[in-house]
Ligand binder design. Structure first.
Ligand SMILES: NC(=O)C1=CN([C@@H]2O[C@H](COP(=O)(O)OP(=O)(O)OC[C@H]3O[C@@H](n4cnc5c(N)ncnc54)[C@H](OP(=O)(O)O)[C@@H]3O)[C@@H](O)[C@H]2O)C=CC1
Ligand SMILES: O=C(O)[C@@H]1CCC=N1
Length: 264
């Protein structure tokens, strides 16, 4: 199986690194092209990938074609690769905000297409990806397309109208969670910890909390209650955070993310 990437920016690189770690395909079976020759050639050389001269050449030589460009250039790129697509290849889009209907309209209504929304944690096999297939993508071909994300992440098959919410609380939320870790870390610095030590402590605590939450099967509220000793320190902190608008500031951030991705 050959997997082509059109665009090798932050998200494509995370998936490629995840795929290489998972050994889903040999490195030379990953084909790439992007806007800047120096960038895609250097990246291909560094990891033993195959660089191609054009987006169309990637498409023609691949079984799965991952569209990994920013939304504003997707239309132009799809026009370039359209003639290389056929029903024995799968177009996989990771582009935020472009629907299956729009992808088909810009290419061909008979093509198998998978719309996905991964997150950057795919690099370490810890991603979370939403997927939705069109009616032309079924059976073995669908399994093959899903294998890219199974190798790098958990998968959630979602209705398309939930993609903006998913993108906000997963794709974008990696940054929001890191923002929270950085906030904890800066608070640690305020009270004398070094930034490096505070960041490690905050990151491990975040990681361990997410792991424990999932392993316990409890709700976040139940976990919070276990940490808040009666009359203790944590409940004082929770109340002060909420008084400063913690919940509504997080929801406002998600509202803004969804508004930007949908224009609504
Ligand atoms: N970053 C993330 O966490 C996530 C991103 N996404 C989606 O992934 C897509 C890419 O985002 P991201 O990786 O962050 O963006 P980047 O800006 O990091 O990467 C964009 C890539 O597109 C390439 N590119 C630009 N124009 C062309 C062209 N005409 N032909 C071929 N390649 C081109 C660039 O080439 P070059 O490198 O040579 O300049 C670059 O490699 C977006 O649609 C985004 O919505 C989805 C989920 C999460
Ligand atoms: O910021 C963005 O537009 C992309 C979509 C999800 C994560 N990054």
């Amino acid at each position: 199986m050959k997997i082509g990437f059109i665009g090798v920016g932050a998200m494509a690189q995370a998936i490629i690194q995840g795929l290489l770690k998972a050994k889903l395909v040999p490195a030379e079976n990953v084909l790439i092209h992007s806007a800047h020759q120096r960038h895609y050639e250097d990246y291909a050389n560094e990891y033993g990938l195959t660089a191609k001269d054009t987006n169309l050449a990637v498409t023609e030589a691949s079984d799965l074609i991952v569209l990994a460009v920013v939304p504003s250039v997707a239309k132009k790129v799809l026009a370039e690769i359209r003639s290389g697509l056929s029903d024995n290849k799968v177009l996989i889009s990771i582009v935020s905000g472009i629907s299956l209907e729009r992808l088909a309209e810009l290419t061909d209504y008979n093509l198998p297409i998978l719309r996905s929304l991964p997150n950057i944690n795919s690099e370490f096999g810890q991603g979370m990806t939403a997927v939705v297939a069109n009616e032309n993508l079924t059976g073995e071909q669908k399994d093959q397309a899903l294998s890219v994300f199974e190798a790098t992440s958990e998968i959630s098959e979602l209705a398309e109208d939930l993609f903006p919410a998913f993108s906000a609380i997963s794709g974008s939320a990696v940054a929001y969670i890191d923002f929270f870790i950085d906030a904890l870390s800066r608070a640690g610095v305020k009270y004398g910890l070094s930034k490096a030590a505070a960041t490690k402590i905050a990151a491990q605590t975040t990681f361990g909390s997410a792991d424990a939450l999932m392993k316990s099967g409890q709700t976040p509220a139940e976990m919070i209650d276990k940490v808040c000793s009666p009359g203790g320190d944590t409940i004082a902190g929770i109340l002060a955070m909420e008084n400063a608008g913690f919940l509504s500031s997080v929801v406002k951030g998600i509202d803004a993310t969804i508004k930007k991705s949908t224009g609504k």
